[in-house]
Design a protein around this ligand. Structure first.
Ligand code: ATP
Ligand code: MG
Length: 510
């Protein structure tokens, strides 16, 4: 059967997908022209990932039709999607660490000479692809230890090796450094000018404006707008997504109180020739949000893990409220009054198999309000979980839903809600708004400001410079495991921070 409009490469018509009573995709239409970059935006839980999973054969719709080059198809599974030229760059990369770049790229479709794997031929093919699409890689390098941006490049090459004509990216920039983001956007344009068609799901509206030709807006499972990017603006898109205008809260001026977190000369040697943390000294006081600005990979996450007791440091001092916590176990660190939003929601923050109600008290279940004489207070726990789900607008069917089946942003919101509602003197917030939609970011920012104004000390680690600049009363720059500058609010601009983050300006003291 042929569809009328053959100029359209892909068409999804009236897609419906339900999970129980929840309609994740409610009669959604999508079309994609050859060589086009289409952005898909919408609030957390709007149904973006679900729609992409249907296109890539990871989910089957209840109803709806997919047309590819005028032919009707049902994408049975991912192998079928790949065979039809549909590829997806996964957010949680699927590469094998001990293998080389080439081995990963050709895995499942290895070139052979006679009975044997033709390794030289494979390396040559990868080099050719890498040159053709200007995606430099070393075919024989191993994946282990590669920065995220480079891993993603390997994923893209893998999709190209599989001859994808349509490439789906689901929030590809969430884990990249600003420089890697620019490179990826350049790559997308390059791919499109080579005739590839691209769908990008993102929460970053500046990326939509910068790279896409057309944008689809989803809300509550429905398509609510589909328009050329040149006919719209960030403000209009933001209004369409959230349904209201966002107001930035003013930050009340409050002098800092007593020091809550104090770190002196913290050293973590690691196994390389350069230490991971080199004589780091910093403090965070009550009524203060202190931002750590740095390019990912400069020691900021190890710093946080060291504070929490997840990694043992080599020397130095760490105190919370005057109490020593240096190299203490996680439990005793938490008991001393530390809440923590971890960098990666699924590695540290929750378990995919756990129910929402379990995730809601994870790490805190021994507290008085949740357990008495070693018995969990189920009623209280349930009402706490329901309360934070409601307050932070976590979109879940019920508190018994598995955390892993929440949309990415909603899982993140749940962890943020759990840690932010703890009445602790110190909150360590790592990438608190990663994967979160602009409306919810606004809400979380307001809550962080509120918490600080009520007397908490907040250590904010974020790769979003705008977030650091907006929220922080004071900023430390971290570069190569060292503190490379300290600034009060309003005393530094984005440019100087950027230069310090890459070490172009260095602290004179060092
Ligand atoms: N396997 C599943 N079981 C039950 N519900 C699910 C499942 N997968 C998704 N959902 C629900 O479907 C809805 C849409 O989820 P989806 O992941 O498509 O959202 P999204 O737009 O990608 O959001 P985000 O921006 O947070 O990534 C959510 O409410 C989610 O809880
Ligand atoms: Mg998603």
């Amino acid at each position: 059967m042929r569809n009328q409009s053959d100029d359209v490469l892909l068409r999804m018509d009236g897609i419906v997908k339900c999970y129980g009573d929840l309609v994740a995709n409610d009669n959604v239409d999508l079309h994609l022209n050859a060589g086009e970059i289409l952005a898909v935006i919408g609030e957390n839980g709007a149904g973006k990932t679900t729609l992409m999973k249907i296109l890539y054969g990871l989910e089957q719709p209840e109803s709806g039709t997919i047309w590819l080059k005028g032919e009707k198809i049902r994408v049975r599974d991912t192998a079928h999607a790949i065979a039809n030229g549909i590829g997806m760059v996964q957010q949680h990369f699927m590469l094998f660490d001990p293998f080389t770049v080439t081995e990963n790229i050709v895995y499942g479709k290895e070139p052979r000479r006679g009975l044997f794997f033709d390794i030289d031929g494979a390396n040559r093919m990868v080099s050719d692809l890498s040159e053709r699409y200007e995606l430099p890689v070393n075919p024989v390098a191993r994946i282990k230890g590669m920065p995220v941006g480079l891993r993603q490049r390997v994923e893209i090459l893998k999709v190209l090796y599989q001859n994808a004509e349509i490439i789906i990216f689901d929030e590809p920039t969430a884990v990249l450094t600003p420089q890697e983001v620019n490179e990826l956007l350049k790559t997308m344009r390059q791919l499109a000018s080579n005739g590839k068609s691209i769908i990008i799901v993102t929460h970053k509206l500046n990326e939509v404006m910068g790279v896409a030709d057309r944008v689809m807006v989803m809300r509550n499972g429905k398509l609510i707008a589909d328009l050329p990017v040149r006919d719209t603006s960030i403000e209009e898109l933001s209004f369409m997504m959230v349904g209201r205008r966002l107001i930035e809260s003013a930050i009340p001026e409050i002098p800092p109180g007593k020091k809550v977190l104090e770190i002196e000369n913290l050293c973590l040697n690691g196994t390389g020739s350069v230490p991971i943390l080199d004589r780091v000294s910093l403090h965070v006081a009550a009524n203060e949000i202190v931002g750590i600005a740095g390019v990912s990979g400069n020691g900021q996450f190890e710093l946080v893990q060291t504070i929490l007791g997840l990694i043992e440091a080599d020397s130095g001092k760490i105190q919370v409220g005057g109490q020593d916590i240096f190299n203490h176990p996680v439990r005793s660190v938490r008991d001393s009054g530390v809440a923590m939003i971890p960098e990666d929601r699924f590695i540290w923050g929750s378990a995919a198999q756990a129910m929402v109600v379990e995730t809601a008290i994870m790490g805190h279940y021994r507290k008085q309000e949740f357990s008495k004489k070693n018995f969990l207070q189920i009623k209280k726990i349930r009402s706490f979980a329901s309360k934070i789900v409601k307050e932070f607008n976590v979109k879940a069917d019920s508190i018994l839903q598995k955390t892993g089946s929440l949309s990415g942003g909603n899982a993140q919101k749940l962890i943020v809600a759990r840690e932010m509602t703890q009445q602790t003197p110190l909150l360590v917030a790592c990438e608190p708004t990663r994967g979160i939609d602009i409306g919810a970011i606004n809400f979380i920012h307001d809550r962080l400001i509120e918490k600080r104004s009520e007397g908490a000390a907040v250590l904010l680690v974020s790769s979003e410079l705008s977030e650091i600049l907006k929220l922080s009363d004071r900023i430390y720059v971290i570069y190569n495991g060292r503190i490379n500058g300290e600034f009060l609010r309003g005393k530094v601009n984005e440019e100087e921070l950027g230069l310090r983050m890459v070490g172009s300006i260095k602290n004179e003291l060092q």
